[in-house]
Design a protein around this ligand. Sequence first.
Ligand code: AMP
Ligand code: MG
Length: 410
Amino acid sequence: MTDQTNRSLSAAEARERMLAAISPITGHEFLPVRSTLGRILAADIIAPHDVPAHDNSAMDGYAVRFDSLAGEGETRLTVVGTAFAGNAFSGLVGKGQALRIMTGAVLPAGADTVVVQEVTRLEDGVVIVPAGQRQGQNTRRAGEDLTRGAVALAAGKHIGPAELGLIASLGVVELAVKRRLRVAFFSTGDELASLGTPLAPGQIYDSNRYTLHGLLAKLGAEVIDMGVVPDRPETLEATLLEASQVADAIITTGGVSVGEADFIKEVLAKLGEVKFWKLNIKPGRPMAFGKVGNAWLFGLPGNPVAVMVSYTQFALDALLRLSGLDPVPVRPLLTVASANAIKKQPGRREYLRGAIAAVDGRFQVKTTGNQGSGVLRSMSEANCFVVLPEDCAGVAAGDSVQVQLFDGLI
Ligand code: AMP
Ligand code: MG
């Protein structure tokens, strides 16, 4: 074996290689605004008009001409009417005059400044304004949010609540979003029983397909569950070929390490351009990445927690790239104190399951019990990964560590 196949890839290197290899799918569909939540924009959205469309008031108060106001002392101005949001005042505000104005109402001709109601007094149709106002204060200028013709949202943007509102503010009714990703997945292993069947001796229930179903549904993918596939090369081959014809990506679990029944490697090597990586991480050391037909293939390890680590740290960003998200953001790591000591040998990057909680008003992270790579309970109790870098040689209680929050991740 060459050094190339033997070498362990770092997490960062593996992620980079995947992102560099994958280009986004091209299909798109037109949907009404609300239905685009969670989807990815397929084309730029151009502002058809200024937002806001008119100069308007940011506060309830009085619209005035700044040059009506005395530099020192109070100014008395005649109130000439009222402007409401959606009901503009058609007249002009002249020198020595003020218009009562509500938040969002169009600024009348002549006025350039709004004085908030709270600092004024009203006496017989005359408003008394104190000194110290600034020209232009409490106004929102036409186009200050967006100017007509500007790119309001660029293709590749993920559509969340703020984007729904922004799109609506432009009057856009329907828009082009990337089609959903189709992701097929199956579990491999002779020991796996599907739910609804009794466990024979030595069998375990297949949990990975349920975890993956959850992860992929959260991603908004169309999932194609292909069940449990026994450790038989012919069946694996047939299932992979079938999956590659219906899906943009295939995720398998199990069979990528060096055990006797780890046939997935052999079958993949035969079927497509697939690389087998030894990643310099724990858990989730073995992983396969490549293509079968036109479908991208992610061969994840079998251990349930390793599945979640390799999915969140590698497959997820690759799937996001494939779905058209641009850019694929680098997830932030936050620094918090570790409530407990953590044993570690330098060498690999480790992902531990942790729970962040406030203790005496300060956030701390505590690892959630048994960190075995098959133990899903400690995953369920966690709200973050504690990410220990390669060179870390252990953590003492109170040391700072980096964490990656599950929020937005899983
Ligand atoms: P493997 O990578 O196939 O050697 O599997 C590693 C470990 O993960 C073994 O203990 C398997 O029994 C377990 N495992 C593999 N696939 C699943 C699955 N779908 N659900 C639960 N455990 C699994
Ligand atoms: Mg197996």
